[in-house]
Design a protein around this ligand. Structure first.
Ligand code: FCB
Length: 441
């Protein structure tokens, strides 16, 4: 099961937490659907014992959560905030007591605002601050936490946060944002060394990966699909796994951009123990209509496929295609894979309350179908020789879905955002039974 700090914790001003870029962004008018913010979210900061109990009852053996950097270092540097660290310390202990392996992500987009004020990921210094922060976190948790994820989805943070402006920090720099990719990669490499030096047994990075399909057999569409593949997938995986950047000239970059300093690629390509893959759907690309967006590729919808409540196409075989494709592309350089996110939003409502007043069931058949078909697609990839070590569903709870606010529900557990009550959906019961059956063997 996977979650992220800003999406579930709430308690944004408690116990010395500093502001993050998401606090700033969500409070700017017009940024988020319905003006929603993560101020309260699922109130997980207070209700975590109940949430851990839900996971224990579900029977999962690993939980991926993220640590809010501004809880640990309110301004992103300097003296650690003991109270903020204490929260994760208690969470880790509770998980271990229930036999659930903690798999923390050090940063799932909620950068301390003070670092943003100094340029955020456009500033190379942020990478060094991230390495210092990772040392602070492992000093407190590293005796019990042995597996770590450095960053979540650097491609989405680059694209939505800095290039196109739909996410915090809301910059729309287009491809002038490319230093953000490099500095996140550098941060990952520096932190990997720190984590390993303090006893980590496994270091991963989680990225959003998508198989890219050309909209037609025309050579222009195939070429545009390659450009998009280089931007979305290879921009991050090539430097980490091969120590080189792909050809980014279509994005206006020279072969040796000045923000890449000597020695950086050695740091970035420090060996990782696993690759976290977040998979939702493939992407369909056509040649650019230069007048349209100023991009070297155009997005096209998939036709004749089911869609999630979000409108995302449901194409489970894309997961097999993606994983087999990664294996073909990177061969022995590809480390074992963990699916660190996979799931869908559904428009589910609880059925009417039962006569005794207990809340009604939530019938999210579409989620069950989505999960089952994707898990089957994962098995196809394993049968084809891809080394997959784990599968983590997005997400435990309905939560704050970034620019969509609370309008997209991704949880196996429904959250009533008025009362904060948790209501396990049909998919929760299905998942629980599937895990129990698997344990019986
Ligand atoms: C991913 C994010 C995650 C969640 C899902 C639906 O891109 O990593 O936080 O919002 O999408």
């Amino acid at each position: 099961m996977s979650t992220a700090s800003y999406q579930i914790e709430g308690a944004v001003r408690e116990d010395g937490r500093g502001p993050s870029i998401w606090d700033t962004f969500t409070h700017q008018p017009g940024r988020i659907k319905n003006g929603d913010t993560g101020d309260v979210a699922c109130d997980h900061y207070h209700r975590w014992p109940e949430d851990v109990a839900l996971m224990a009852d579900l029977g999962i053996d690993a939980y991926r959560f993220s640590i809010a950097w501004p809880r640990v270092q309110p301004t992103g540097r300097g003296t650690p905030n003991t109270a903020g660290l204490g929260f994760y310390d208690r969470l880790v202990d509770a998980l271990l007591e229930h036999g659930i392996k903690p798999l923390p992500t050090l940063l799932h987009w909620d950068l301390p605002q003070a670092l943003q004020d100094a340029g955020g990921w456009m500033n190379r210094d942020t990478a060094y601050h991230f390495a210092d922060y990772s040392a602070v976190v492992t000093a407190r948790l590293g005796d019990r936490v042995k597996s770590w994820i450095t960053l979540n989805e650097p491609i989405v943070h680059l694209a939505y946060g800095y290039a196109f402006g739909m996410h915090a920090p809301g910059e729309a720099l287009m491809f002038d944002a490319m230093p953000v990719a490099h500095h996140q990669l550098l941060a990952h490499g520096l932190a990997t060394a720190v984590l390993r030096g303090s006893g980590a047994e496994e270091v991963l990075i989680a990225n959003n990966c998508t198989p890219v399909r050309a909209a037609s057999e025309q050579p222009e569409d195939a070429a545009a699909a390659e450009i998009y593949d280089a931007f979305h997938n290879r921009l991050f995986l090539d430097p980490i796994l091969l120590g080189t950047y792909p050809d980014l000239s279509a994005m206006g970059l020279p072969a040796d951009p000045e923000f890449v300093e000597p020695g950086d690629l050695e740091i970035i390509s420090t060996r990782i123990d696993g690759l976290g893959v977040n998979y939702y759907n493939p992407t369909r690309i056509a040649a650019a209509d230069p007048a349209a967006t100023g991009l070297p590729f155009d997005f096209r919808e998939f036709e004749g496929v089911p869609r999630t409540a979000f409108g995302w196409p449901v194409i489970p075989e894309g997961l097999t295609e993606l994983l087999v494709g990664l294996k073909e592309r990177y061969g022995d350089a590809l480390p074992p894979i963990t699916i660190t996110e996979n799931g869908c939003s559904t428009a589910d409502e609880p059925a009417a309350a039962d006569e005794d007043g207990t809340v009604g069931a939530v019938h999210d058949a579409a989620r069950i179908e989505y999960l089952e078909s994707h898990i089957n697609a994962l098995y196809r990839a394993i049968e084809a020789g891809v080394d997959v070590r784990g599968y983590l569903t997005w997400s435990l709870l309905d939560n704050f879905e970034w620019a969509e606010g609370y309008s997209q529900r991704f949880g196996l557990v429904r959250v009533d955002f008025e009362t904060l009550r948790r209501i396990p959906k049909d998919s929760y019961h299905w998942y629980r039974a599937a895990l129990a059956a698997q344990r019986k063997g």
